[in-house]
Design a protein around this ligand. Structure first.
Ligand code: AMP
Ligand code: GLY
Length: 418
């Protein structure tokens, strides 16, 4: 397992349930994976060292969590040494690492998305923005750790965002080009599919909460919680997303000579004119993984091997009909600056059916001690017959977990159910 967040902990937890698995190594992993896997002190970006250790240990399946190693070609590298790896190649991962590539793909193949214009010159982009009526969305082309998009309510705000991307070079070469697009309104939803490049099998969808405070106030974060399935989905919407977005995109990538294998993640806006793509990601979502994999009934190893072998059509992927909610506990100050190293207590007092996935944690020096070691510290997860039941279980337990400065949203999964 490449990566060390709560998403990767959830993947390790799910993979460990497979009778096919003897041993899992997590690079770098965290205090949570240390209990079910062996953590290796190797960064996800250090592809050479990962390949070397995979060869030494005789690894049979590599799973990649984060986008950066995919964009750098980790999958191509492992193909080169003949070790099975789950994820798209560098060329296919451009669906996430270049928004300009993806816009052109969507326009060419009629995949629904926001109307947009691309610029590679600052002065031309500036001139264009000055003629628009806000709101307007400004996006850096490349990877920007989730910070490259501004939904601007005014022209000066859009110009600031443009300056930041193209002139101040806040995201380096990711800001060589920008996309300026219409703002879409509706409900946001994350949709996922497993694909071997031909067969497309959707996962359950989820909703992600990005702003730090209740009611969607405050600055954006890496995600403060999630629930699945979205309360507003219907089988008609699910079908439409699968056909017009996920399947069309996989077919388009094959036609472009970039066959796509792994997880395709569509960040969607469900508008009055139907679902439209805000972005694609080339990997599992965080924190969506924490609330979707607990609903997966099928052996994840079987699915991943079928994806790699091009046999996905032979697998039945089954999902539980229940719901799942996950709440992120964050360090005081996050997403701004925060302190770490505080002991986390209460993890051994939780109800048996509560799952805790670790992101910013580390093993302390005393026996059994876990310390905070990042902005987003834990995702606390429960399943239930309804979203309300799942969220109540989480919130009944989360108060038992304590660390200095801890904060979390109180409104995750607070929905009016159908
Ligand atoms: P992205 O990285 O492209 O998904 O953008 C990050 C966030 O910005 C999304 O989750 C949306 O909340 C918002 N966003 C991006 N594009 C648009 C758009 N065209 N209209 C409205 N909101 C958008
Ligand atoms: N949940 C947002 C992401 O994984 O990019």
């Amino acid at each position: 397992m490449v990566g060390g967040g709560a998403r990767e902990h959830t993947l390790v937890w799910k993979l460990a349930q497979s009778p096919k698995v003897n041993e899992i190594y997590a690079a770098p992993g965290k205090a949570g994976t240390a209990q079910i896997a062996r953590n290796l002190d190797i960064k996800p970006s250090d592809i050479e060292s990962l390949a070397k250790i995979a060869q030494e240990k005789g690894i049979d399946l590599v799973v990649v969590g984060p986008e950066a190693p995919l964009a750098r070609g980790i999958v191509d590298h492992f193909h080169g040494i003949g070790i099975p790896i789950f994820g798209p190649t560098k060329l296919a991962a451009e669906i996430e690492s270049s928004k300009v590539f993806t816009k052109e793909l969507m326009q060419k193949y009629g995949i629904p998305c926001a109307r947009s214009v691309t610029f590679s010159e600052y002065s031309k982009a500036k001139e264009y923005i000055q003629k628009q009526t806000p709101p307007i969305v400004v996006k850096a082309d490349g990877l920007a750790a989730g910070k490259g998009v501004t939904v601007a309510g005014s022209i000066p705000q859009a110009l600031d965002a443009l300056y930041n991307i193209m002139e101040a070079r806040a995201f380096g070469a990711s800001g060589d080009r920008v996309i300026i697009e219409e703002r879409l309104s509706g409900r946001e939803m994350s949709s996922f599919a497993f694909t071997d490049g031909k067969t497309v099998i959707p996962m359950v969808s989820a909703c992600d909460y990005k702003p730090v405070f209740d009611g969607d106030h405050g600055p954006n974060t890496g995600g403060m919680g999630s629930y699945s399935p979205p309360h507003f989905t219907s089988s008609a919407l699910y079908q439409e997303v699968t056909e017009t977005i996920l399947k069309t995109t996989v077919k388009a990538m094959a036609k472009e000579g970039r066959p796509y294998q792994g997880i395709l993640y569509g960040g969607l806006m469900v508008t009055q004119d139907g679902p439209k793509v805000l972005e694609f990601n080339a990997r599992f979502g965080d924190p969506e993984t924490q609330v979707t994999l607990p609903l997966l009934r099928t052996d994840l190893v079987d699915i991943m091997l079928a994806v790699i072998d091009g046999n996905l059509g032979q697998i039945d992927v089954e999902w539980s009909e229940t719901a799942c909610a996950g709440v992120v506990m964050a360090s005081g100050g996050y997403p701004g600056s925060y302190k770490t190293g505080f002991p986390i207590t209460g993890l051994d007092t939780l109800d048996k059916d509560i799952l805790v996935f670790h992101a910013g944690t580390k093993v302390g020096s005393e026996a059994g001690q876990v310390l905070t070691n990042g902005g987003r510290v834990l995702t606390v997860v429960a399943t239930g017959k309804t979203i309300t039941e799942a969220r109540e279980k989480v919130y009944n337990n989360i108060t038992r977990i304590r660390f200095k400065g801890c904060h979390y949203r109180k409104d995750i999964g607070m929905v009016r159910e159908k």
